[in-house]
Design a protein around this ligand. Sequence first.
Ligand code: AMP
Ligand code: MN
Ligand code: MN
Length: 317
Amino acid sequence: MRIIDELKDAKTIALGGHIRPDGDCVGSVMGLYLYLKKEMPAAEIDVYLSKPAEIFNCIAHIEDVKSEFNTDKIYDAFIVLDCSEERLGEATPIYRKARKKINIDHHVSNPGSGDVSVVEPKRSSTAELLYEMMNPDLIDEEIATALYIGIVHDTGVMRYSNTSPRTLQIVAELIKFGFDFSKIVEETFFEKTYLQTQIMGRAVLESVRFLGDRCIVSMVSRRMMDFYRVTPKDLDGIVNHLQSVKGVDCAIFMYETGTLEYKVSMRSNGKVDVASIAMKFGGGGHVRAAGCTMNGTYHDNINNLSIEIAEQLSHTD
Ligand code: AMP
Ligand code: MN
Ligand code: MN
C-alpha cells in the first residue's frame, strides 16, 4: 500500500506518535511529514508530538512539531505512527475526531486502531515500514535522514535481531543520499551527557540480579532524578546496558513517574517474551523490548513481574 492512496481527498492532515517519543517515533513522524509536504504540497499538515529530545534537532523542520494539543480542528486524516491509539497521550482526542484514522506501526501488541491499519511486527521499525509505503523518487536527503534515525534507534544500530536483509537494503538506499550517518549515529545514539552517564552508572551500581542471575533489575527514583538533574529522556539506554550483562536473559528498568507509579522497560534475549508480560500489565511492545506503567511499590512490581518471568524461564533450559 502506498500512503498517498489513503490520502487522496485529504486537505488537512495530522501526524502523531507515542508519548515519550523515541528515535523511531520522531524519525518516522518527521520522515512522513517531510515526505507528504512534497507529495501533497497543497495539503495543510500538522505534526503533534510531546517535545522530542534535543538530540533530534538534526532532523529538518523539527521546529514545526506542535507540543500543544489544544485544538478544535477536525482533520480529514490523522496518521498515528509507531503506536496504537492508547499511547497517543494528549493527542488522542484530536485523533478520535479525525474523519479518517490511519495507524501505521510494527508493535506485535497493537491490534490496529485506525479505519486503515498497517501493523507489520516483522518490520524493524515504523521508519522501515514507511519507506516501503513511499514513492522512492520523492525521497530526498532530509527524509532519508529522518527515516535512517528511526531505523538506527529501533535496531540498536542494525544489530538487534529485528534487523532483516531488507532493513539493510533500505539503509543502503538511505545512506546513498550522502548525509553524515556516522555523526548521526554517534550524536543521537551513543553520545551521552555527563549527567546521563552518571545516572546510568548509579543505576548499574544499584542493580540486583535474581532468578539465578538470569534477571537483572534496577530503579531510578524521583529523588535520584532531581539529584542528578535529569528527566526521563535522560534514562534511555539504561535497560539495554543491563541486558548486555553476560548470563542475563531478561532486564528490567523502572523509574518513578508518580506516587507508587513506575514506568517499566523490559528487554530480553528472546528466551522471555517481554511483550506478553507487558501486555498483562496494560502495556505492550515487542518480544525482546517492551514496556508498561505499573502501580504499587517497587518491590511489589518486581515480585509481580518476576512471577511471569519465572514461569516463562521454567520452560527454557
Ligand atoms: P521502552 O523501553 O519502554 O521505551 O519500550 C520498549 C518497546 O516497547 C518500544 O517499542 C515501545 O514502543 C514499547 N512500549 C513501551 N511501553 C509501552 C506501552 N505502554 N504500550 C505499548 N508499547 C509499549
Ligand atoms: Mn517507539
Ligand atoms: Mn518503533
